[in-house]
Design a protein around this ligand. Sequence first.
Ligand code: PLP
Length: 417
Amino acid sequence: MSPETIAAAPTKTAFNVERFDRYVMTTYGRFPIALEKGRGCRVWDTEGREYLDFVAGIATCTLGHAHPVAIEAVTQQMQTLHHVSNLYYNVPQGELAEWLVKNSCADRAFFCNSGAEANEGAIKLVRKYANTVRNIEDSVILTAKASFHGRTVATITATGQPKYQKNFTPLVPGFDYVPYNDIAALEAALAKHGEKVAGIMLEAIQGEGGVRPGDKAYFQRVRELCDERDILLVIDEVQAGMGRTGKTWGYENLGIEPDVFTSAKGLGGGIPIGALMTKEHCNVLKPGDHASTYGGNPFVCAVALSVCKTLDSDDLRTNAYERGEQLRAGLQAIAADYSNDIEQVRGWGLIDGLVIREESSVTAIEVVKAAMAKGLLLVPAGPKVVRFVPPLIVTAEEIDLALQATREALAETLGRA
Ligand SMILES: *Cc1c(COP(=O)(O)O)cnc(C)c1O
């Protein structure tokens, strides 16, 4: 069956939530729908209800669902060769690395399977650089408060949000936290740790922590401070990268180049992949230092390459920029009409947040639930921010539909429908 036929078919699969929850660990607070199929920016649940998907696997399905180019890449590579060990070379891995290097400030790529794993690699690289180039054994990496870097032990430590760390002590030594976009606080932390600071790891725009864009002057000063002290600047591009902000990488919005950056979410367009990218001057990882069994296998690399090529061929960066402008303009109009409850709209390209006032009785999750009932999938970014991260192929018409549903959901949540 073609994806068209699958999407159009009015299937209704019996789905039992209790049965699911009996066998799957209950680590997620799930919404009570089961998604069964998708096409473009739309998904359908097992009851046959249709949704406009402005979550996109949380900023992951760059090309939406069932994109013909991705289907072709999946099929073709699966029929050719899907997995071999990194004991051998494989063609798609080299091609994907080449695209990433030619489309970024980095010189080399290492492939893994997720954002957390890419950040683990970045942490290892920073530590090895500190150990071997700067002779610091007990180095420190500074990260931002309200950041998000993943769910492994090292990356929850890097994540500057206590809620992700609670009950998982002991955490990993060698991290400290600074408020985001605050240069005086960063300078104080540098003074406190002296020579021991080996890396500063930041998101160009904080995603999970509330869709908070980086401040250009702040990042430019961070870059200078890193240069002065031989500190590696690591940018976590897991959520913002791959065209989502309207540029290939979030850091391009800040006029700086990191020494190291990481990618994942949007890179595979829904196929699990992560990448650690480094400049040559700090490329200290040598044979035997780091590895991943699945990392960079022909299958994921061929699919990711199809995403990269479509970003170019379909001018998706421009679409992300233009649809983002449209989305934020529409959200601004909603914010103006509900200014008692909405504080602001912020974001870049297609990573945007509707920020609810701290003092408002409304929470992000309530708006998300009301929107879902109207056929629009959204995701909170913290208790007071509603996040919009649609596929980069989203159309002007779909943005308008999402804005209408958001307005209605907000009105209803506020009891003013
Ligand atoms: C989602 C995310 C991660 C973690 O990625 P996983 O693939 O879930 O491990 C890391 N950093 C940022 C900025 C993210 O948004």
